[in-house]
Design a protein around this ligand. Structure first.
Ligand code: ADP
Length: 212
């Protein structure tokens, strides 16, 4: 579906332009072209995700740590996610001992965006998501907790496999790639990601990144 829907739209809009392009009002034509462009972008992003999960590409990933002001960084990720899920409230709790850590921004952005977006996507509208960041001597812990649909126990062992989607999530759009990418990223950098969930109650994802 994820690939077929945008491709069908692109094909449909190309047909409209071919058949009626000369007679369309300029603003209508612009609308169709913009829609076409949006679907091309969607396809490109999807393909990038698919390429990223192939092990060959993962091995090429570079770990580029640099000083990151972590609380501000997390707030900007939250802001991005909230703009897509306006009804959800993300409660942010920052308990780390320092403000600045040596981290790979790209890795962190990708992982946190995925976990926070999923927490919102798989929760009822206007629900609350908790996001906690803490630090212990040599590690940083990120916890994302939601009160959403939860994950059936039978699906949990496969959740980080590419293209795997839990049986209760098919009403929401998705590719089953986000968690596979996140796990690959985190493990490349000596981190761990784990999940615990109760069906109909909620889900907790925990990411631990080593700072040494
Ligand atoms: P998707 O694009 O399908 O959301 P992900 O790789 O991010 O892909 O997640 C894989 C699957 O894990 C999802 O399809 C969904 O079944 C399940 N999942 C992930 N996060 C949550 C969550 N917070 N609550 C319930 N189910 C979740």
């Amino acid at each position: 579906h994820e690939f077929r829907n945008p491709l069908n739209s692109i094909s449909g809009m190309a047909q409209i332009l071919e058949a009626y392009g000369d007679n369309l009002k300029p603003e209508k034509k612009k609308e169709v072209l913009q829609q076409l462009q949006r679907n091309v972008t969607k396809m490109t992003n999807l393909l990038n995700d698919v390429l990223l999960v192939s092990q060959k590409d993962m091995d090429k990933l570079q770990f580029n740590p640099a000083p990151v002001k972590l609380a501000a960084f997390c707030r900007s990720v939250i802001g991005e996610v909230q703009s897509a899920f306006k009804q959800t409230t993300i409660n942010f709790d920052y308990q780390a001992e320092k403000q600045e850590f040596n981290l790979d921004r790209h890795l962190l952005d990708c992982v946190l965006t995925n976990l926070l977006s999923n927490a919102c996507k798989y929760s009822p509208e206007a629900e609350i998501v908790d996001f906690e960041v803490s630090s212990q001597a040599e590690k940083l812990t990120f916890i994302v907790r939601d009160r959403g649909i939860g994950i059936p126990a039978v699906d949990l062992p496969y959740l980080f496999d590419s293209f795997y989607r839990a049986s209760n999530s098919l009403r929401q759009q998705g590719t089953g790639l986000g968690l596979a990418i996140a796990k690959n990223y985190i493990e490349q950098h000596q981190g761990t990601i784990s999940v615990s969930s109760e069906l109909g109650v909620g889900t907790v994802f925990t990411v631990i990144i080593s700072l040494s």
